[in-house]
Design a protein around this ligand. Structure first.
Ligand SMILES: Cc1cc2nc3c(=O)[nH]c(=O)nc-3n(C[C@H](O)[C@H](O)[C@H](O)COP(=O)(O)O)c2cc1C
Length: 366
C-alpha cells in the first residue's frame, strides 16, 4: 500500500520521521534509519558554535509503571548537537546524496541575532536538505543562552526569528513549539506570521522525574545537583494530542502540522493523523525500541487503512477533528438523545452512596 504523503511540496515516502534527538545525531544513524524504512528525519539540532555545547552525564531519567516496570515517562537534560557545524554540513550533503528520496530536515537554533540565524540558514540550505525545523522549544540548558524555548515562549520573538530565516530560506520552514506555554496557538500563529509553512509540536514538557529518597537529591543527579529537564514518552501523549488538535483547528489550512510526543506504535501515530498531523515524529520511542519499530508503524497503519477503507494517509488527516465540541453542546446532545437520566444519576450528591473507586469506574469511558 502507498503510504506516501506530500506536505509543503515535499513527497515523504511515508509519514514516519525520526524526531530531532539521539536517533538523528549523525550521518551513520540517519542512514541506518532510512535503510530501515523511515520516510524522513529531523536531524539533531545544530548551531554555529558547537564548542559552547557541553553535555553532562547522566542526562536521562525514567518514570516506570508501578506494576509492570514499563517506561512511561522519560526526562532528559541533553543539549543540542555538540558536533561542529562543518562536520554536519558534510554529513547533510552525504545523506542527501545517498538517500535522495528520503526527506531530510535540518533542525537549527541560534542566539538572538539576525546575522547568526541567517548565516546558519544559508550554510545549511546549500547542502541540499529538504526543509528546516526551527528549534524554538528546547526547555533546558540552551535557555541559559536565551535560546530554544526562551524564544518559543515569546510569540514576538518567534515571529521575528522565523522571518529572519524565511527571508533567506528557499525551502519550507517548520517551527517547533514548546508545550510550556498557556496557549499553543499564539506562538504557532506568530511563526506562521513570520512565514513558517509548518508547525511541529510538541517538544518536551519541563519536569523533575523524581527525588532519590536516600540522598534527597532530585534526579537525574549530576555531582549531587540537578536541573529540571524535558519530559517525553507515552505520558506526554495526551497533552501532545490536545495541542496538535488545537493547532490543526486554529491554523490556516495551508499550514502543516507535524505531530510529536509519546508515539510508540501505529495506534499512537494514527491518533495524531486523525487529529490533524500529516506527519509524525518519534524520538524517545526510537531510543527505547530501536529503528526497527518503523515496521510495525507501517503495518499497523496499512491494516487500519484497509479495515476502514482509506486510500491514502492524507484521507486520514484531521478525520476526528469535527467531533470536538463545547461542554454545553455535549449537554444538549445528551438531552436530544434522552440520556439526561444518566447525567442526573451522576450528580455530585450520589458519590457517597457507592465506594469512590466504583463510582470512578462507572464514569470512565475506556
Ligand atoms: C534525549 C533527547 C534529546 C532531544 N534533543 C532534541 C533536539 O536536539 N532538538 C529538538 O528539537 N528536540 C529534541 N528532543 C525532543 C524530541 O524531538 C521530541 O520533541 C520530544 O522528545 C517528544 O517526543 P517523543 O516522546 O517521541 O520523544 C530531544 C528529546 C530527547 C528525549
Amino acid at each position: 500500500m502507498d503510504l506516501s504523503i506530500t506536505v509543503n511540496g515535499m513527497k515523504f515516502p511515508n509519514p514516519f520521521l525520526l524526531g530531532s534527538g539521539p536517533p538523528g545525531t549523525n550521518a551513520r544513524v540517519l542512514a541506518k534509519s532510512f535503510e530501515a524504512g523511515w520516510g524522513g528525519a529531523v536531524a539533531k539540532t545544530v548551531s554555529l558554535e558547537s564548542a559552547k555545547v557541553v553535555n553532562v552525564v547522566p542526562r536521562y531519567g525514567k518514570l516506570r509503571s508501578r506494576s509492570t516496570g514499563e517506561v512511561i515517562g522519560f526526562e532528559n537534560i541533553e543539549l543540542i548537537s555538540d558536533r561542529p557545524i562543518d562536520v554536519w554540513l558534510d554529513e547533510f550533503r552525504q545523506v542527501k546524496k545517498e538517500y535522495p528520496n528520503n526527506i531530510l530536515i535540518a533542525s537549527i537554533m541560534e542566539e538572538y541575532e539576525k546575522s547568526r540565524w541567517q548565516e546558519l540558514t544559508r550554510m545549511v540550505q546549500d547542502t541540499g536538505v529538504d526543509a528546516f525545523e526551527l528549534n524554538f522549544s528546547c526547555p533546558h540548558g540552551m535557555t541559559e543562552r536565551k535560546m530554544g524555548s526562551e524564544m518559543g515562549e515569546h510569540p514576538d520573538l518567534t515571529e521575528e526569528v522565523t522571518s529572519w530565516v524565511t527571508e533567506v530560506s528557499k525551502i519550507p520552514v517548520w517551527a517547533k513549539m514548546t508545550p510550556n506555554i498557556t496557549n499553543i496557538r499564539e506562538p504557532a500563529l506568530a511563526a506562521v506570521g513570520g512565514g513558517a509553512s509548518g508547525i511541529s509540536a510538541i517538544n518536551t514538557i519541563l519536569s523533575v522525574i523524581g527525588v532519590d529518597l536516600d540522598t534527597l537529591r532530585p534526579m537525574p543527579t549530576v555531582e549531587g545537583h540537578a536541573v529540571p529537564g524535558g519530559y517525553s514518552a507515552q505520558a506526554v501523549r495526551p497533552i501532545a494530542l490536545r495541542m496538535v488538535s488545537q493547532l490543526a483547528l486554529g491554523l490556516p489550512d495551508k499550514v502543516s502540522v507535524s505531530g510529536i510526543g509519546g508515539i510508540e506504535n501505529s495506534h499512537d501515530a494514527l491518533e495524531f493523523f486523525l487529529l490533524g498531523a500529516s506527519t509524525v515524529q518519534i524520538c524517545t520511542g526510537v531510543m527505547l525500541q530501536g529503528v526497527k519499530m518503523v515496521d510495525e508503524l507501517k503495518e499497523g497503519v496499512e491494516k487500519f487503512m484497509v479495515d476502514k477503507g482509506f486510500n491514502s494517509v492524507e484521507e486520514i488527516v484531521g478525520k476526528s477533528l469535527p467531533y470536538f465540541s463545547t461542554h454545553m453542546d455535549l449537554v444538549q446532545k445528551m438531552k436530544a438523545a434522552k440520556r439526561m437520566k444518566a447525567g442526573e444519576a451522576s450528580r455530585d450528591n450520589e458519590w457517597a452512596q457507592k465506594d469512590i473507586t466504583e463510582k470512578t469506574a462507572e464514569l470512565t469511558s475506556n
